[in-house]
Design a protein around this ligand. Structure first.
Ligand SMILES: *[C@@H]1O[C@H](CO)[C@@H](O)[C@H](O)[C@H]1NC(C)=O
Ligand SMILES: *[C@@H]1O[C@H](CO)[C@@H](O)[C@H](O)[C@H]1NC(C)=O
Length: 368
């Protein structure tokens, strides 16, 4: 790729249409196969010959995706300085990754700043301005995203649809949205994935810290969640895939949040949730529920009428401690008749709050 004279004319033509040579010469510093970009459009179109990509102080134009989905297998991508995005009402994503054996990381002190306040209007994805999704980690395989510092996403932060993806020591700080209309700013949304390992995450936001909608072999450990809706599985149902299997969520804290841990399924849909373990989770300042598992969602909210089409089986809760607010429920379980089974609760020691009067069909092994 580095010696154009070795290519036939036809090959050169196709190369040029994929990645215009003149812009490459003027806009990136090329050291062997390490490329430094300072311009988002060049980074999105000229990456295919770089095995190491540095994205330095990139200002992504309004309405454009910083598209790193066409990189070579084995590429390392490093963010440096501050990455910013122009303002437009659109669906996004602002950043997209894909590929195999990809490593995505950042230099010390770097930040990817969504400046979400330009979109925040308290309505999130339910109305108001159209807000861009932040990052798609879709079609990533055997890859790692490590140490990124993300700030103020317009709505949902990281959407994962991947195979064997490690998300290590990622910070998502949307705390500026607490008082200025941030909404639906989920930390990690996972679907259609096999093997996702989220370790050491720090999330400050206004919706789920973690939301798993489908997938298997998923780990979330050593995380800190604050400001949002807690560590969630669901809502399950009504998507392309509605199977959640083998999830372990451990050694994490949830504070200043609506819920601690939560599983929710949608009524009159089909699917399954199985083999889920929550262990060593510490709660504080929880306003609604310490532990909530319910099979009664419809149109984004609970109905109080559970159905049985999405069984929740083999749930282990081993060590959920700490406290909830005075008017919160410590535990709330609302299952359909026979659709929750093989649960085991131990070490559930939550102080404050109330016990719920509204639990239904609580399976053996659990208590409400
Ligand atoms: C849904 O995902 C599960 C678990 O990841 C997988 O076993 C199953 O084949 C998928 N089903 C469909 C219909 O894609
Ligand atoms: C369950 O998922 C974990 C990753 O969290 C994986 O290591 C383990 O092998 C999986 N177990 C099964 C039975 O697939």
């Amino acid at each position: 790729m580095h010696s154009f004279q070795l290519l036939g004319l036809a090959a050169l033509g196709s190369l040029i249409s994929a990645a215009p040579a003149p812009t490459r010469v003027s806009d990136l510093t090329k050291k062997s196969s390490s490329c430094t970009f300072t311009d988002a459009s060049k980074a999105s179109s000229s990456v295919s010959s770089c095995s190491s990509i540095i994205l330095k102080d990139i200002a992504v134009p309004a309405g454009k995706t910083l598209d790193l989905s066409k990189v070579e297998d084995g590429t390392t991508i490093t963010f440096e300085g501050t990455t910013t995005f122009g303002y437009k009402e659109w669906k996004g994503p602002l950043i997209r990754f894909a590929g195999k054996d990809i490593t995505i990381t950042q230099a010390e002190g770097a930040v990817i700043d969504g400046d979400g306040s330009r979109w925040w209007d308290t309505k999130g994805t339910n109305g108001g301005k159209t807000k861009p999704k932040f990052m798609y980690a879709h079609k990533l395989e055997d890859s790692t995203i490590k140490g990124l510092s993300i700030k103020n996403t317009p709505v949902q932060a990281i959407s994962v649809q991947a195979t064997n993806l490690y998300l290590t020591d990622i910070t998502i700080d949307n705390s500026d949205g607490d008082d200025s209309g941030g909404h639906n700013t989920d930390g990690f949304d996972i679907s259609e994935s096999t093997g996702v390992y989220i370790r050491g995450a720090m999330v400050k936001n206004q919706d789920d810290c973690l939301a798993i909608n489908s997938g298997e072999n998923i780990e979330f450990s050593g995380g800190t969640c604050s400001g949002g809706h807690g560590l969630s599985i669901g809502s399950i149902g009504g998507r392309d895939n509605n199977t959640v299997k083998n999830v372990t969520i451990s050694d994490s804290t949830v504070t200043n949040s609506a819920n601690g841990i939560r599983i929710k399924t949608i009524v009159d849909e089909t699917g399954s949730v199985s083999d889920v373990t929550y262990s060593n989770i510490e709660l504080s300042k929880i306003s609604d529920y310490g532990i909530v598992i319910e099979q009664d969602y419809k149109n984004g909210g609970p109905t109080g009428e559970p159905s049985t089409g999405i069984p929740i089986t083999d749930v282990t809760i081993d060590g959920v401690t700490g406290s909830v607010d005075d008017d919160a429920d410590r535990v709330y379980i609302l299952c359909g008749d026979g659709s929750c089974s093989d649960w085991s609760f131990s070490g559930v020691d939550i102080s404050g709050g109330e016990s719920s009067d509204d639990c239904e069909n609580v399976p053996e092994g659990a208590s409400c």
